[in-house]
Design a protein around this ligand. Structure first.
Ligand SMILES: [Zn+2]
Length: 427
């Protein structure tokens, strides 16, 4: 018997897990009313979309640069507008994305295709790792799968190392590190519900490009559908979904998910912002990383066991969705994550029960032997109510993730085409 990787199943079964964004989108779209999700469409190269639409891209890109200028400060390029956009490199540069990133053409092995006894794979890297298979040009892929797979793509490097390029116009980096994974933080996080005292002391926390990312990818999706480049229309739709899902995650919606007294003690200990960031960066990143790893583990285990877990029910939410302007949707969807963040963090600390996460020199993401599954099993046996409360709170956030995912797909089908003068997309 061979598995989907063509390997003999008598050999040790390979680890297999899906990215959390893939699972979120896939499950959320099961209750989406848009019937085009069931269609199968051919894979087409980016260059094909560019050759059809490079003139139609000029206005949305100039409008997008104007949006960035409002936050990052003036750049000369806004008024000149983009030059010819014919290659992947032109495209990534015009979109102010990492020009070194690759644009893979892949599909995911679906949960239905995977053996339920496949061992858990803690890797959360994009292709070629994990459960991806390459797709050929012209190969037919179901729209719901395109949207699900590529809703993870903004985490594959396109938003990293962008503050090195001054011409991109993002201005000084507000938080995170200048290079590497956490250099993408201000594109994937938005702290809209912080205590005013905190943003008064650390005003840079208010700077985020998350909404601009959603807007530009919705506008690009509109151009692609107009030009009959449907594969790219749905792939850009998936990118827009990513950012909206991110902001429903407690550690993406709340900068310091601690009671105010704990924040004040830390601020008093390190009142200089640079020193404060040095002393607290890993403390926050350890929690953020281990939270996502824990949700990833619970999710993947449930999918493999074919469990009708509370996460699935929350994501489907009987097909409920948002209506209305994007900014209001971001505000409302992130409010749930922001208000649950303190309790989620307190529960995570109790579940992990690990003083190392408080150390500024300990980096959990560099520790592949972190015993997360063992800890979860132990706490589930000893204190099931604690795990239950954690799951319930995360499920409330996932309900928002499901709603914003359907909001984007339903909006793509009915609204955005060209940016208007207010920077909102209209048909
Ligand atoms: Zn992200």
């Amino acid at each position: 018997m061979t598995d989907l990787n063509g390997k003999n199943r008598e050999a040790p079964v390979q680890g297999l897990s899906w990215s959390t964004h893939y699972l979120l989108t896939r499950i959320a779209l099961q209750t989406c009313s848009d019937s085009s999700l069931d269609n199968a469409i051919p894979v087409t190269p980016l260059e094909d979309f560019l050759s059809r639409s490079h003139n139609a891209l000029r206005d949305p890109i100039r409008w997008y640069w104007g949006l960035l200028e409002r936050k990052g400060g003036p750049t000369a390029s806004v008024h000149a507008g983009p030059g010819a956009i014919t290659t992947q490199q032109d495209f990534l540069t015009a979109l102010r994305l990492n020009p070194e990133v690759s644009i893979p053409y892949v599909r995911c092995i679906t949960p239905e295709e995977a053996p339920p006894d496949a061992p858990y794979d803690p890797s959360r890297s994009g292709p070629p790792h994990g459960s991806y298979q390459e797709t050929a040009e012209g190969e037919a892929v179901k729209v719901s799968e395109i949207v699900s797979v590529f809703s993870d793509e903004p985490d594959w490097g396109m938003d990293q190392d962008l503050f090195r390029a001054e011409s991109y116009g993002y201005g000084p980096i507000p938080f995170g590190t200048p290079t590497g994974h956490s250099s993408q933080a201000c594109f994937h996080m938005a702290f809209l519900h912080e205590p005013p005292l905190l943003t008064a002391v650390l005003p840079r926390l208010k700077k985020s490009f998350l909404e601009e990312r959603v807007r530009v990818f919705l506008a690009l999706a509109g151009v692609a559908f107009d030009e009959r480049a449907d594969y790219w229309g749905w792939r850009f739709t998936a990118w827009a979904i990513h950012y909206l899902q991110d902001v429903t995650q407690p550690y993406h919606a709340r900068a310091l998910p601690f009671p105010l007294w704990r924040i004040l003690l830390r601020l008093l200990a390190h009142p200089v912002p640079k020193r404060f960031a040095e002393k607290n960066g890993n403390v926050l990143m350890n929690r953020h990383y281990l939270f996502e790893a824990l949700v990833h583990l619970i999710f993947n285990t449930a999918v493999k066991r074919r469990d009708d877990h509370a996460f699935m029910t929350a994501l489907k939410m009987a097909g409920e969705s948002y209506r209305g302007p994007l900014a209001a949707v971001i505000d409302r969807a992130s409010a749930i994550a922001a208000t649950r963040a303190l309790r989620v963090n307190a529960l995570l600390e109790l579940i992990l029960n690990d003083p190392r996460i408080n150390r500024s020199d300990y980096v959990a993401s560099n520790d592949p032997s972190y015993p997360l599954a063992e800890k979860l099993a132990q706490v589930s046996a000893d204190q099931p109510a604690m795990v239950r409360e954690f799951v319930e709170l995360v499920a409330e956030c996932l309900a928002q993730a499901g709603m914003v995912s359907r909001y984007v797909v339903e909006r793509t089908g009915t609204a955005p085409r060209r940016p208007d003068s207010k920077g909102l997309s209209t048909r």
